[in-house]
Design a binder for this molecule. Structure first.
Ligand SMILES: [Cu+2]
Length: 456
């Protein structure tokens, strides 16, 4: 949908929306409007919080959309929540308070943590209660995220706004990469304006899809950047939408990492398909852009200019893109490797079963590499997510028929389109206990496309 149309729909539905603290507009006559397309709002960068001593309160939040305020939920009153940061070898200590009127949990998506800290729906934090999450950071540097994972309500709580980035740093491994204000987290999602506010949730089995983009909570934002090298850490935090990312002027960019951290080598690309919950780490070189020029990060599938970039200032410093990072060891697989098969069927079933919280689907020995095959049987896209370990994508047959550059290295979520089979190698090295395998299309997940397994 075009921006103008967005404004029109917004105007039409304004009578039912709440604007600002305590004010509900009754009439379309006096409704505020969003800024004109040439007056884009500035991208907001969520504030950073040290994961070693953090407090996250899940509760009501307000989102300033320029000329009006929309209501949702957030951590510490913001939407998205603060960006947690930690370093390899540190310890996370995060106190979570549930100020919602329903139960919640937090899942540390991409973080390998003990089962009791993983935010499993059975470990619900009741309304008014708290939970202390504490675990060591013993994994590769990368961009992870945190979001609720309560039974049957994950889609609603994330759509309402509960999500944030969680960045693990490793200064030695990341030497030479842009940092400070040249390292920019981008949480992509969509919102829906159909009369009841962009964060009102209406469950649909086929997936909750919105009609305009939100980047770090801001619709169609802009940012002013120096003519230099920048690092964008991009998360698809949408319930169901797959983004196809590229630059509006066709310029290329450099992929350096994904869910599980840095790749072994940078890859030069002009597009990336990013399914729900997947992340990519990319370098964008603006040093040879004409100062004053504008370009955008686009989603060509939706036809959205997600982020308008204005290049301003003097070039300073040279642009050096590293040629290699640490080698990635491949998990050992062979003819004798144990195989498991998972069929993702329609909107709610894996291998013919809907999720039951008290049922353990299978057991996996700690420290043993296995090959898991995911097969789509309708209802895709199914972004398949494994808790408790990272995995390596071995192959894709049918459908798109190949493994893409952004699926190399270590992943925790892989996109399964219709008629596809994807094989992964996975090994649980860290903890025993009960973890989840599920579709991260959140309406599928909530409808039952999830199962428990136990690492023993
Ligand atoms: Cu699914």
């Amino acid at each position: 949908m075009h921006r103008r149309e967005f404004l029109r729909i917004c105007g039409r539905s304004a009578g039912a929306m709440a604007f600002g603290p305590g004010v509900v507009l009754q009439s379309c006559e006096s409704q505020p409007t969003l800024p004109e397309p040439d007056e884009r709002l500035t991208l907001r960068i969520p504030r950073t919080m040290d994961a070693g001593d953090a407090l996250l309160a899940a509760g009501a939040a307000e989102l300033d959309l320029g000329s009006y305020t929309s209501r949702g939920w957030g951590y510490n009153g913001t939407l998205p929540g603060p960006t947690l940061r930690t370093r390899v070898g540190d310890r996370a200590r995060i106190r979570v308070l549930n100020q919602l009127s329903e139960e919640t949990t937090i899942h540390w998506h991409g973080m390998v943590v003990p089962a009791s800290m993983d935010g499993h729906p059975a470990d619900a934090v009741l309304s008014g209660a708290g939970y202390n999450y504490e675990y060591p950071i013993a994994q590769r540097a990368g961009m992870n995220w945190y979001h609720p994972h309560p039974h049957g309500r994950t889609g609603r709580q994330i759509w309402r706004g509960l999500a944030g980035a969680f960045i693990v740093e490793d200064p030695a491994a990341e030497q030479g990469l842009p940092s400070g204000d040249r390292e920019i987290p981008l949480l992509l999602r969509d919102g829906l304006l159909d009369g009841s506010g962009p964060f009102e949730y209406r469950r649909r089995d086929s997936g909750m899809v919105g009609d305009f983009p939100l980047v770090n909570g801001v619709p169609y934002p802009r940012i002013t950047l120096a003519p230099a090298l920048h690092r964008f850490r991009v998360l698809n935090a949408a319930n169901a939408r797959v983004f196809r990312l590229g630059m509006s002027n066709g310029s290329r960019f450099t992929l350096i990492g994904n869910d599980g951290g840095l790749l072994d080598q940078p890859v030069d690309l002009d597009r990336i398909d990013l399914g729900p919950a997947e992340r990519v780490d990319i370098l964008l070189d603006l040093s040879d852009q004409v100062v004053g020029a504008g370009l955008s990060l686009r989603c060509s599938r939706a036809g959205w200019d997600l982020l308008e970039i204005h290049v301003v200032g003097e070039p300073n410093g040279e642009t050096v893109i590293p040629t290699a990072f640490s080698a990635i060891q491949l998990l050992p697989v062979g003819p004798g490797t144990r195989r498991r098969h998972f069929r993702f069927e329609g909107h709610r079933r894996i291998n013919g079963r809907e999720y039951r919280m008290d049922e353990v689907g299978f057991r996996v020995p700690l420290g043993e590499t296995e090959i898991w095959e995911f097969e789509s049987a309708g209802g895709a896209p199914h972004p398949v997510h494994v808790h408790g370990a990272h995995f390596q994508v071995l192959s894709r047959s049918g459908g798109r028929g190949r493994v893409f550059p952004w699926e190399q290295g270590w992943k925790d979520t892989v996109l399964l389109e219709d008629r596809e089979r994807v094989e992964i190698a996975v090994r649980f090295d860290s903890y025993t206990g009960i973890y989840l395998l599920h579709c991260h299309q959140l309406e599928h997940e909530d409808a039952g496309m999830m199962l428990n397994f136990e690492v023993t």
